[in-house]
Design a protein around this ligand. Structure first.
Ligand SMILES: Cc1ncc(COP(=O)(O)O)c(C=O)c1O
Length: 442
């Protein structure tokens, strides 16, 4: 196939696109054919400024040379090694490098291929951990309304996004949910963490009273809920959740698929908020989005409970054909090097004041009912069109794309999470263009 036919396909029917309005897209396709640093190139030759780091994943920007070279070299050297009962050096090296940037108690890494798989893995480890310690009755999982934990059955069961759940049957049994923390009547237009809502963590006490803590294995939350439209944790909320988990012997899982790798100005949100969970799920920024890979980070306390029994026996009956795949591991190592060389894992903290000043300059524009942000994350919530939820924000997304910026929408919220290499001038361009778009919306 020639390059030209690859960049201008003439039949779009076969590909059933994920999380996409397929019919709308295929009438009016939006195709990226190249990318470099902060920009995508469209099939009609335009440059689009990436305001979303792809899907919250290209934290170092696009087509970064070190990562590209590492993948090329690895593909020619060792393409694949069996993931079970065999090893290869780069997976071990990447696991070690990850524990160096992770919060101190995290000493072990289980590799997966996506955020969804990391979530399933963490939930399974939590249940199996209690069983290994003689508390096999602890099987219940607690998630949170509006939480997003990927699309597999465990993830949508603990997740709280209605559209992701309602089509797919009864989901896992033995799951309950905390209330979400979105309190616009009290917290609208707050820069950083909102003042109100820490007491919502006490929902966990209610669920403990209802189910009895001896049945609860784990609570999973995103420290900052991204996909639902950027809901930052109210001040004191995560602390309270941690305390209640400790009181009742419940494991706390932070889903850091979005917040991992510098989004908030620290390598992980656990460090940023200074709250230590028992398990951390990651993916996305782990390989700069370039090759699918995820990971679950655990402490020695979790890991060591499995390291019993005869030494020739498998300790955890779980894993994927591509866990720690050599090319993904090479991409991960080169990504971590790029983050280190360019100090990207702390760059969001430096840029945060400038970013939030720019973001909050949109206050007062038509339809804007809330603005939220922290690190290099920002959300602008729009008043929905009566009877037509999501239409206004989707229209903003399309207009923004035409004007040369990539944003994301969820419901009627516009979310932004640019690559951590963004310059101040590019922040001005991104927010300035979004402001122009907002002025034109019906
Ligand atoms: C918090 C969180 N968990 C899990 C996932 C799922 O990741 P993936 O799409 O790689 O399966 C996402 C994706 O956006 C996410 O934001």
């Amino acid at each position: 196939m020639s390059d030209r036919s690859a960049s201008a396909p003439n039949d779009l029917r076969a590909f059933w696109m994920p999380f996409t309005a397929n019919r709308q897209f295929k009438k009016s396709p939006r195709m990226f054919v190249a990318a470099r640093d902060m920009h995508y190139t469209t099939s009609d030759g335009r440059q689009v400024l990436d305001g979303t780091a792809g899907l919250w994943c290209c934290n170092a920007g696009h087509c970064r040379p070190k990562i590209t070279e590492a993948i090329q070299k690895q593909a020619a050297e060792l393409d694949y090694a069996p993931a079970f009962q065999m090893g290869h050096p780069k997976a071990f090296e990447l696991a070690s490098r990850l524990t160096e940037i992770a919060p101190e108690p995290f000493e072990h890494v289980f590799f997966t291929n996506s955020g969804s798989e990391s979530v399933e893995t963490a939930l399974k480890i939590a249940i199996a951990w209690h069983r290994a310690r003689g508390e096999g009755a602890r099987t219940r999982l607690i998630g949170r309304e509006r939480g997003y934990h990927g699309v597999n059955f465990g993830g949508i069961s603990v997740g709280g996004i209605v559209a992701n759940r309602k089509h797919f049957g009864t989901l896992l049994t033995g799951v309950d949910h905390l209330r979400h923390t979105h309190l616009p009547e009290k917290n609208a237009f707050t820069r950083g963490q909102p003042e109100h809502g820490a007491e919502l963590a006490d929902d966990l006490e209610r669920l403990c009273a209802l189910h009895d803590p001896s049945t609860i294995a784990a609570v999973i939350v995103e420290p900052m809920a991204g996909s639902t439209g950027v809901l930052l944790p109210p001040k004191g909320y995560l602390q309270r959740l941690r305390e209640i988990c400790d009181r009742h012997g419940i494991l706390l899982i932070f889903d850091e698929v979005i917040t991992g790798f510098g989004r908030l100005g620290s390598p992980f949100a656990a460090q940023h908020y200074d709250i230590m969970p028992d398990l951390i799920t990651t993916a996305k920024g782990l390989t700069n989005g370039v090759i699918p890979m995820g990971a679950v980070l655990t402490t020695a306390r979790i890991h060591d409970a499995f390291m019993t029994g005869p030494e020739h026996m498998i300790e955890l009956f779980h894993g994927y054909t591509y866990s720690g795949n050599p090319i993904a591991a090479a991409a991960g190592l080169a990504t971590l090097e790029t983050y280190r060389d360019e100090a990207l894992l702390t760059r969001a903290a430096e840029l945060e004041p400038y970013w939030l000043d720019a973001l909050f300059s949109l206050r007062g524009l038509p339809h804007v009912i809330d603005i939220r942000g922290q690190g290099l994350i920002g959300a602008v919530e729009l008043e929905p069109i009566a009877g037509e939820p999501t239409r206004r924000a989707f229209s903003a997304f399309l207009k923004a794309y035409e004007k040369g910026i990539l944003i994301r929408t969820t419901g009627d919220t516009i979310a932004m999470s640019p690559p951590l290499i963004i310059s101040k001038a590019q922040i001005d361009e991104l927010i300035g263009t979004l402001g122009d778009v907002l002025k034109t919306l019906d």
